[in-house]
Design a protein around this ligand. Structure first.
Ligand SMILES: Cc1ncc(COP(=O)(O)O)c(C=O)c1O
Length: 403
């Protein structure tokens, strides 16, 4: 039963920084109440500056960004696209929008991201079968950067481009290519590190500003690439593939995917607070670690040595000896008006993708069975985290005592 009057603790609610309203007021004052305008231009420029990815296109969602990326890479009927199984559907559904087939690759246990060794095996096997893989889509799950270099190395012999799904990893960093020495890269704010999705060699990266993300425009996304021509092509496609003419002229089909100028104004305000939000997410994680770390049967998502994750969500794994199943803990939290959520259900287990090939599967299946995403809002106080941790521990003890 929900306790009346207790404000709900959400998984990852929006957190306004203070400058958003002024930015939106500027957009209103300029009368650019449209999907194009100075705020969109400024948001793209500020995003490029924040990430170090020179060419950026603001669009209506992360899913739209992925759709454009795959379209630009020429994905179409008869092609195969390989995605991470442990991801959110918007990462991979655009391949199907374009008529391509999907196959999935399991996670590596150390980072929960796409396993480069399995990817290499998959590409080798598919090449032997004469299947053409048109793109590979790793996801930076829960904000942790995938091992981009190992994934690119696996793809290189087959000439397959990689599009990074950074929907959850805005503000995360990974070691620079010439500095993959984990001892130096793991340092906080390592100046030589690269922003999520900025790794050289990636064809493109996509970001989401959905309401639950570390920065939000209420709904929105960004396609970013070091390749100016790819972004120019995506820009055209995002505006109904309009040809340069005074009248409406179309030689191919495009989409209506541009971000509203008003929403871009919110994004500008949110970007101002990005560094603070990453620090707050990491602080929430640290608090959980202090309160839950060392509990028998409970562990928190590991952080790869060569990275600095934004800790978008703090995720706990509850083994058998914890004493309670993740679902029992979720219900105990819900009874106190606290939102938590199972791990993302792997794509190869989704009914909509029944019949798709899967390379590996045991790792993501075990993570899904044992994992629970804990509330990780950037405005959470130490007391909030203590309240959540106490309920988690109580649920474990109660079940453990009964067993
Ligand atoms: C990993 C991942 N990929 C893709 C998306 C799709 O982004 P959007 O909701 O902005 O379409 C999301 C989030 O929503 C996500 O978490």
């Amino acid at each position: 039963m929900k306790r009346p009057g207790t404000p709900r603790l959400f998984l990852s609610p929006p957190h306004l920084g203070g400058s958003e309203q002024a930015r939106v007021a500027e957009a209103f004052a300029s009368n650019y109440i449209a999907p194009l305008g100075p705020q969109v231009d400024a948001f793209e420029a500020a995003f490029a500056e924040a990430t170090g990815i020179a060419h950026c296109l603001a669009v209506s969602s992360g899913t739209a960004a992925m759709h454009l990326a795959l379209h630009c890479l020429g994905v179409g009927p008869g092609d195969l696209v390989l995605g991470a199984s442990l991801t959110f559907i918007g990462s991979v559904s655009p391949a199907r929008f374009l008529g391509a087939e999907l196959a999935f690759v399991d996670s590596e246990p150390g980072s929960w991201n796409m396993d480069p060794a399995l990817l290499r095996q998959a590409l080798t096997q598919l090449a032997a079968e004469g299947r053409r893989v048109k793109a590979v889509i790793p996801t930076d799950i829960y904000g942790q950067c995938a091992d981009y270099q190992a994934l690119l190395d696996a793809c290189a012999p087959f000439g397959v481009p990689v599009v990074a799904d950074c929907a959850e990893s805005m503000g995360s960093r990974s070691a620079a290519p010439d500095k993959v020495d984990p001892r130096s890269a793991a340092q906080e704010n390592d100046d030589d590190s690269l922003h999520a999705g900025a790794w050289p060699g990636l064809a493109a990266s996509i970001f989401s500003f959905n309401g639950n993300k570390i920065i939000t425009t209420s709904g929105g996304g960004m396609l970013a690439s070091h390749d100016a021509a790819l972004i120019a092509r995506a820009r055209k496609l995002s505006q109904q593939a309009r040809e340069p003419a005074p009248h409406y002229e179309h030689a191919e089909l495009g989409y209506n995917y541009r971000l509203s100028n008003i929403l871009a104004a919110i994004g500008l305000g949110q970007l101002d607070a990005l560094e603070a939000r990453v620090a707050q997410k990491r602080r929430v994680f640290r608090w959980y670690q202090q309160l839950l770390g060392g509990q028998p049967g409970l562990s928190l998502m590991p952080e790869a040595a060569a990275g600095h994750a934004n800790r978008w969500l703090t995720v706990a794994l509850l083994d058998k000896d914890f004493g309670a199943e993740p679902e029992a803990v979720r219900q105990a939290l819900e009874a106190e008006n606290i939102e938590s959520r199972p791990l993302w259900k792997p794509m190869h287990l989704q009914p909509v993708f029944a019949g798709c090939r899967m390379f590996g599967g045991a790792v993501s299946e075990a993570l899904f069975a044992r994992g629970l995403c804990l509330p990780s809002g950037t405005a959470m106080t130490r007391e909030d985290v203590e309240r959540v941790a106490a309920i988690v521990l109580r649920a474990g003890r109660k079940r453990g005592a009964r067993a």
